[in-house]
Every structure is written in C-alpha cells, then in structure tokens.
Design a protein around this ligand. Structure first.
Ligand SMILES: Nc1ncnc2c1ncn2[C@@H]1O[C@H](COP(=O)(O)OP(=O)(O)OP(=O)(O)O)[C@@H](O)[C@H]1O
Ligand SMILES: [Mg+2]
Length: 215
C-alpha cells in the first residue's frame, strides 16, 4: 500500500482538492483508493457525504488515530491512501509525512505562497520523505509564471512536478456536486491534467519505499 501526504502549512492551496481528485484518478485506474482526512474541518469527509458513489472511501480521524486508520485501510485492501491535512498544524503535518511514502505540497504561484513552502519543505525533510511541489491554480497562458514559480521552488531545494494544475472552475464546481472534475466534465481539461498528474505520480511511488504494516 502506498501512502501520499498532501501538506502545506498555508491554507487554501489545494490539499483537499488534489487529495480527492487523485483518489478518484486512482480508482479510475483500477486501484483501490482511500482518503484519510486529518483536518478537523473535515472538508474531504463532507465531500464524501454529498457523494452518490461508494468509492473512494473517505474517513475523518484525529492524527493520534492515523496509524490505526492506515492499518484498517491496509486490511480493507486499499492500494493507495491520500492523507489530507490541515494548514497551520506542524505536528499533524509531521505525523502525516512520517506515515507517508511521498509528500505532495500544493502551492499557488503567488510570491507569498511560494515563500511559505519553506516550513512545509522542512517538515518533509525532517520526516526523510521525497517531496514535490504541485503548482496549483495556475493562470492560463502565462508560461513565465510557471518558470518563475519553479525557480522559487528550487530555492527550497524541492522540485515542482512538470504537470501543473490550472485555475479552472470545474475543480470547485465538481467538489460542490460531490464529484471530481473527471466525473463532472470527463473530457474537460481539468480531467486531463489530473490524469496526467496521477500518471506522473506512479513511477515516483514505485521508487519510494511502500508503507509497511506496524510491527
Ligand atoms: N485548480 C483550481 N482551480 C480553481 N479553484 C481551485 C483550484 N484548486 C483549489 N481551488 C479552490 O480553492 C479553494 C481552496 O482549495 P482547497 O480547499 O482544496 O485547499 P486546501 O489546501 O485544502 O485548504 P485548507 O488549507 O483550508 O484545508 C477551494 O474553494 C477550491 O475549490
Ligand atoms: Mg483542505
């Protein structure tokens, strides 16, 4: 079972959006996926409540129950688990990074957002886990914005994934409807870039050590 933590100490960067979209991408690629929602605001779990489909499983747990929740996911046959986390809680973020094989750090392209990834980058480093920034909510037709953002990410010793996520209404509309963009607008550009992001993630997960059951 692989475990991916979505972390950013800054709020509103796209942790929940990406956790849910990647979980549905995994299900569509015939992997059994689950989301563990560690955010007391429980927005991922709320999305699940408004969703008609059975999958992916989304559970809301306190961070102290994370190891137990991962054991349940493993026993239940999950092949990939996404950890959605709250901003501003370095203890929970560190616990999530330690439990994960790989850390994804969603970040918007603004300079204040880019400066803020240092704290999250340090947590991933303390946990000793590979970490990548996902540039999210990027403006359309502004390639210099992406290039500048990549340079700013590199200052923190991290790489940004080559696949970027643009600002698209489909992401927000889909979640409101208990769906993801792949379901809301299957042949839309948002669906396409999420699939690309999932495909980019796969070889990185294979080369990261998979999460083992507790001894
Ligand atoms: N690529 C995108 N295009 C358009 N809207 C987006 C995109 N990514 C996220 N959003 C919107 O931005 C807001 C914040 O996203 P989200 O809730 O996923 O962030 P978060 O990091 O989980 O926030 P928090 O730190 O509060 O948990 C939401 O309203 C979401 O719909
Ligand atoms: Mg969130």
């Amino acid at each position: 079972m692989h475990v991916v933590a979505l972390l950013s100490q800054k709020g509103g960067t796209g942790k929940t959006t990406l956790a849910l979209h990647l979980a549905v991408a995994a299900e569509r690629a015939r992997q059994v996926a689950a989301v563990i929602d560690l955010d007391p605001q429980a927005s991922a779990a709320g999305w699940k409540d408004s969703r008609a489909g059975e999958s992916p499983v989304v559970v809301s747990v306190q961070a102290t129950r994370l190891a137990h929740a991962l054991d349940l996911a493993r026993d239940g046959g999950a092949e990939i688990v996404f950890l959605d986390t709250a901003p501003h809680s370095s203890d929970v973020a560190l616990a999530a990074a330690e439990a994960a094989d790989l850390v994804l750090i969603p970040c918007r392209a603004g300079i204040l957002d880019l400066r803020a990834i240092g704290a999250t980058a340090r947590l991933a480093k303390i946990a000793g886990k590979p970490a990548y920034v996902i540039l999210n909510s990027m403006p359309a037709r502004a390639s210099n914005v992406a290039a500048d953002a990549r340079a700013a990410v590199a200052v923190h010793g991290l790489d940004a994934a080559p696949v970027t996520i643009q600002q698209r209404a489909a992401y927000a509309h889909a979640l409101t409807a208990g769906q993801t963009a792949q379901e809301y607008e299957p042949s839309g550009k948002a669906a396409d870039e999420v699939t690309q992001l999932y495909q980019w993630l796969q070889p990185r997960l294979r080369s990261a050590a998979p999460s083992k059951p507790r001894a």
